[in-house]
Design a protein around this ligand. Structure first.
Ligand SMILES: N[C@@H](CCC(=O)N[C@@H](CS)C(=O)NCC(=O)O)C(=O)O
Length: 209
């Protein structure tokens, strides 16, 4: 049995839960992080010395870093066709770049916006910083919108891990209330396609908290 440690409102946990759903993989989840604590206790740090969530335990194999977990799950449990994470090197590399880019670039840009709007009382928000951060992250979503021109999904004709990671962050963009967004017609079409996936609805398309 697979165990996933991490609270269900974490974007990095949500990606992993959604991937399990796509792979029809049973698992148990244990709350950890923020109000649940645990992630700084010695037992947790022995599994994951970063003290961050998620952590995956699969038998005697322990893995942290959400996108590494996604790759592992798709490789270990994907069907032979493995459309989620195809073996062909160029296709796989093209998917990998989105996994890397979300963690190195998109997450850094969207985190301050998410924290300001969702996790900071309105009276305490730094509005000037928020306006600047919104512009920066809006430009990234605009770039993604351009990439999607003429495409159904991010890299192949079918749904892949690139759509999982970008879809999880897209919820944290389209789910924000009271902000202005640039025109993103391609991205909106792609996002509405994600809503047909049960794993997205169940684990990602939830109120932002
Ligand atoms: N690069 C790491 C980032 C992990 C991370 O920063 N997780 C956040 C939640 S999204 C966390 O552990 N926050 C501390 C907490 O929940 O207590 C990954 O992708 O797994």
């Amino acid at each position: 049995m697979i165990t996933i440690w991490g609270r269900a409102n974490s974007v990095n946990v949500q990606k992993v839960l959604w991937c399990c759903d796509e792979l029809v993989l049973p698992y148990e989840r244990i709350d950890a992080g923020m109000q649940f604590g645990r992630n700084n206790e010695p037992e947790y740090l022995a599994m994951n010395p970063t003290g961050r969530i998620p952590t995956l335990v699969d038998g005697d194999f322990v893995l942290w870093e959400s996108n590494s977990i996604l790759r592992y799950l798709a490789l270990q449990y994907g069907p032979p066709s493995n459309l989620l994470y195809p073996a062909e090197p160029k296709t796989r590399a093209a998917i990998d770049r989105w996994l890397d880019w979300t963690l190195t670039t998109l997450q850094l840009a969207e985190r301050p916006v998410f924290w300001s709007i969702v996790r900071t009382p309105a009276a305490e928000r730094d509005q000037a910083a928020l306006a600047k951060d919104l512009q920066a992250v809006g430009a990234l979503w605009k770039m993604l919108d351009t990439h999607l021109q003429g495409r159904f999904f991010f890299e192949t004709d079918t749904f892949t891990l690139a759509d999982v990671v970008l879809g999880a962050y897209a919820k944290r963009w389209f789910g924000l209330e009271g902000i202005e967004r640039p025109s993103l017609p391609n991205l909106e079409r792609w996002y509405s396609r994600l809503a047909t996936r049960p794993g997205f609805r169940k684990y990602v398309d939830l109120p932002l908290t």
